[in-house]
Design a protein around this ligand. Structure first.
Ligand SMILES: [Zn+2]
Length: 67
């Protein structure tokens, strides 16, 4: 008596298509939806809009001592 393939009543719906999530592909309903979500995540992770990569070094403190 296994209920692993049975969608739990408390399970949240698949974030991709809204179908009941399956335990095996949690939180998605299928591997396809999991792939779609992963693709979106990767795409969004590559580009960070509005965040310029500024490699400017911190300006050293002005020398205030006699040499
Ligand atoms: Zn789905």
């Amino acid at each position: 008596m296994t209920e692993t393939d049975k969608p739990a009543a408390s399970a949240r719906p698949c974030p991709i298509c809204g179908k009941p999530a399956v335990a095996r592909f949690k939180p998605f309903c299928s591997s396809r939806c999991a792939d779609i979500d992963l693709g979106r995540w990767l795409k969004g992770g590559y580009v960070i809009p509005g965040e310029p990569v500024d490699e400017a070094e911190e300006a050293p403190p002005p020398r205030d001592r006699e040499d």
